[in-house]
Design a protein around this ligand. Structure first.
Ligand code: ATP
Ligand code: MG
Length: 558
């Protein structure tokens, strides 16, 4: 098995094969890729796949990657998104060669359009969008070219210039490429390349009232930047002939487009439009809500760049769409956190334990910060006669194989002593208020001469030394695997229990100095990090992930 995996790791993905061929054949001396986000939302985990691919290829083959904001649509784009996108890419650990904006090319693109007009390959059409759609035909029925396609070059140049000057209202005219109304590829049936939109643009302000369509902007922007390999997702396959047509007719740098399958993850949605709805309609608190599949959400939740890059790597580059199991992402983060997280003891739902034979005020016991690390540091934890353990770690009438605390039973308190439960104290209503135990002085961890063997080890905190913290436990945001493919609104499938808050958990005192960039494993609980809202007055932890994959088990119970 290990052998097979090694082989797989060595083999190239299809994009690497193409790049190697192009370099070997001398087609290019070096490669240039680009990551082209539209600044209309925050980046999500799907984008991280594209980022890792574009930056990864250039890194591997000594090339460069541009960050290009695809900001040709003035109405949906905002500077806040531009800033967040840059933050997220940097956080993932990538550096772009140039920060560029498609809107910087508006003048070039305009000239490109003029060139097409001059070649008799573009015309101004006065039809409205319904007429254009109707004349386009269907995939099985050829379209019809209308009379506006007969306009002379001079007339088209004049009208296009007037479109730019603002002589017409939105939708009154469009510029179309003159290609082939009978093409089986609908994108080739005289596509619209410019539309009129009297709208303010986040960078060009009110300079323009005509804006290029995606297809007219993307390939030409690639070409202007000498992008050698323009990588995009599968839905752009039918756009490729048009991409090539523009580049050929304009006689500009021959960038080439290659497509791979987009990353889809189960139990979430990925489109920015849908994520925006979740934010606007307050199903989550913000774009970086730790339940969001955004890079900033994962970051806040405690994911590491390494784990996300490793995940992107594990999925590989596919040519067919599929739905990736969230548990693979969770596996990647557990694997990393297991190596780097500091171990701590925290009790969420306390049960008081009184050690009746412990007469000292307190002592300090030593515990490893990370048993996975051969050179681990240690910390000292105060132990005293009054402790909290987790309520669920005690049962008055336990079933067989309950290896935790019960009357007459012994357990080890992590890094401290073995204790035995002797008495259960209840209030008038019959609720257990404390359990009384004795400790075995010779059983101290690291110096245990008691000869006793116990099965269970529990986390605990000394009551008078404990500090409190709020703990946010997150679960999947949706109840179903593929909410976008369910009947009706995807928001009907939100998991109502995706956030559970423990107002006051009891933590070992060393967590008073918890750091934002440090990751923690709360023993037997999961991996945690400080939330960005955490302060000295109120410490807040997010659960990044549970210790084991519990979802499958819980689903079966339902
Ligand atoms: P969305 O539909 O989520 O809004 P988009 O494709 O419109 O996504 P862009 O900002 O245009 O988002 O995407 C920037 C780059 O990231 C594009 O090259 C796009 O193909 C790629 N990308 C977007 N979503 C995914 C995904 N789920 N998996 C892989 N790549 C993606
Ligand atoms: Mg897009």
């Amino acid at each position: 098995m290990a052998e097979v995996k090694k082989e797989e790791e060595k083999s190239l993905n299809f994009l690497e094969e193409i790049v190697e061929q192009d370099l070997q054949s001398g087609k290019y001396e070096s490669i240039r890729t680009r990551f082209p986000p539209e600044p209309n939302g925050y980046l999500h985990i799907g984008h991280s796949k594209s980022i890792c691919l574009n930056f990864g290829l250039a890194l591997k083959y000594g090339g460069k990657t541009n960050l290009r904001f695809d900001d040709t649509n003035p109405t949906t784009e905002e500077t806040e998104y531009v800033d967040s996108i840059k933050d997220d890419i940097r956080w993932l650990g990538f550096e772009w060669a140039n920060e560029l904006y498609a809107s910087d090319y508006f003048e070039n693109l305009y000239e490109f359009a003029v060139k097409l007009i001059k070649k008799g390959l573009a015309y101004v059409d006065d039809s409205n969008s319904e007429e254009i759609a109707k004349q386009k035909g269907t995939p099985t029925e050829a379209g019809i070219r209308n009379k506006f396609a007969e306009r002379t070059v001079e007339e088209n140049l004049q009208l296009f210039s007037e479109m730019r000057e603002g002589k017409f209202k939105d939708g009154e005219k469009v510029l179309r490429a003159k290609i082939d109304m009978t093409s089986p590829n609908m994108h080739m049936r005289d596509p619209i390349i410019y539309r009129i939109k009297h709208a303010h643009h986040h960078r060009t302000g009110d300079k323009w009232c005509i804006y290029p369509m995606y297809d007219f902007a993307h390939g030409q922007s690639d070409s202007i930047e000498n992008i050698t390999h323009s990588i995009c997702t599968l839905e752009f396959i039918p756009h490729r002939p048009l991409y090539d047509w523009f580049i050929n007719e304009l006689e500009i740098f021959p960038s080439r487009q290659y497509e791979f399958a987009r990353l889809n993850l189960n139990y979430t949605v990925m489109s920015k439009r849908k994520l925006l709805q979740l934010v606007n309609e307050k199903f989550v608190t913000s774009w970086d809500d730790p339940r969001m599949p955004t890079i900033s959400g994962y970051r806040r939740r405690g994911y590491t760049p390494e784990s996300i890059k490793n995940f992107a790597d594990k999925i590989g580059v596919q040519k067919r769409e599929n739905l990736i199991d969230l548990s693979l992402l969770e596996f990647c983060i557990r694997e990393h956190l297991n190596k780097i997280a500091m171990r701590k003891m925290v009790v969420f739902d306390p049960l008081k334990v009184v050690i009746t034979n412990y007469t000292d005020d307190h002592e300090l016991v030593k515990s490893e910060d990370n048993p996975e690390d051969d050179n681990t540091s240690h910390r000292e934890i105060p132990f005293s006669a009054e402790l909290y353990i987790e309520k669920e770690d005690f049962m008055e009438n336990p079933p067989k194989k309950f290896f935790r605390l019960a009357p007459g039973q012994k357990v080890r308190l992590k890094s401290a002593y073995i204790i035995q439960c002797n008495e259960v104290v209840k209030d008038e209503a019959g609720n257990i208020t404390e359990v009384r135990c004795t400790y075995i002085p010779e059983s101290k961890s690291g110096a245990d001469t008691s000869g006793l063997k116990v099965q269970g080890t529990l986390q605990w905190v000394s009551i008078k030394h404990a500090i409190t913290a709020e703990i946010c436990l997150y679960d999947r945001l949706f109840r179903v695997e593929d909410p976008s493919n369910e009947e009706g609104d995807f928001k009907n499938y939100i998991n109502p229990d995706s956030l559970q808050v423990i107002k006051s958990a009891f933590c070992e005192p060393s967590l008073k100095n918890a750091k934002f960039d440090q990751r923690y494993q709360f023993m037997r609980k999961g991996y945690f990090c400080l939330d960005k809202t955490s302060s000295e007055e109120k410490i807040v932890f997010n659960r990044t992930v549970t210790l084991k994959d519990t979802w499958a088990k819980e689903q079966k119970k339902v």
